[in-house]
Design a protein around this ligand. Sequence first.
Ligand code: DI6
Ligand code: FE
Length: 402
Amino acid sequence: MKIIHNATLVTLQSDDDYGMIADGVLVINDHHIEWVGRRQDCPYLNSDAVQSNDSFDANGALITPALIDCHTHIVHGGDRAIEFEMRLNGAGYEELARAGGGINSTVRATRAATIDELISSALIRLDHLIAEGVSIVEIKSGYGLDIDTECRMLEAARALTALRDITVTTTFLGAHALPDEYRDKPDEYIDQVVIPALDAAHAKGLVDAVDGFCEGIAFTPQQIMRVFDKAKSLGLPVKLHAEQLSHLGGTKLAASYNAISVDHLEYANADDAQAMAKAGSVAVLLPGAFYTLRETQVPPIDAFRKYQVPMAVSTDCNPGSSPLTSLLLAMNMSATMFRMTPEEILRGVTHHAAHALGMANHGRLVKGYAADLAWWDITHPAELSYRIGYNPLIRRVIRGQL
Ligand code: DI6
Ligand code: FE
């Protein structure tokens, strides 16, 4: 047992407030939280325990669940700084994509990269996330777009767990873009690459969930449906990039497959929100892409509130639309640009983010939950969303290891 005392705990125990406990104590048994509460109520705390090596004085730090980044593309080759410059000289994001730039330029760089190169470049991005208290990162494939490279990306993502104290969940995103060699042949691409790549990656145990990009520059709802049918036949949960640049109906399709999350959602409407509520899908909001693309259409936050769709917030870290390796900055952007409250946002990077990954018992300070904690040098949790470019992390606790 480990006893952490003299902390302000932000438990997120209930659904309608922070669940803050001043002068709180948290007891860890192995990888899990054993007890959480006020010092005066703690049955584990006596002077012997406080003096033993297993007791830790938090010195008044504020402790939240560790953060969870539930939508990233941190494994990829190359970068798109030059394209960024082209956009500032007037080229549009969709125009560049149609001209073979965009996602396809990252595909070329990713195909050319060895697994070691993919791991070492992802590690730099991962370390930035870890430095801000992240304990779980979801990582997607989707820049290989051929069977070998899709698998290599997922292998690289899994390999990161041997190098850092981090939990990685992997998502197969073969239906991310149409590679050059299948130009104008999206259905053949789904049949000849996406489905066999999913089979191959699943057979190697590399897939926790299946995602797609449902958009004018990517795939139609009908094409996504075929990928989802395959996922379903393998028993894998699905999620979807939907209504990011236009309203194509991906959200309702995803909801009809009980998607664990639907992501982006700028162009979603109240009907979509209702369908998500019914399906239990989490709305994953990605302010980094909104900001980078200078989007002006804000996701329907009020509808998500009205229908009680759980909202998560993530970096969408990717080389094109969101070269963002700070979840804290994504939190600030969600407040300023989406008008989410700091409490909604904290839930959005902790237990709602866990839900978006289909992970139970993560992201709250509650008995039986994973002992993944972030200690902060702040006095109120709103500071995490309030400050810009500021990292008050003191330490992380991952699976009970201080
Ligand atoms: N939506 C996004 O914002 C990223 N992928 C996606 O489906 C963009 C990826 C990129 O531009 O490289
Ligand atoms: Fe994405």
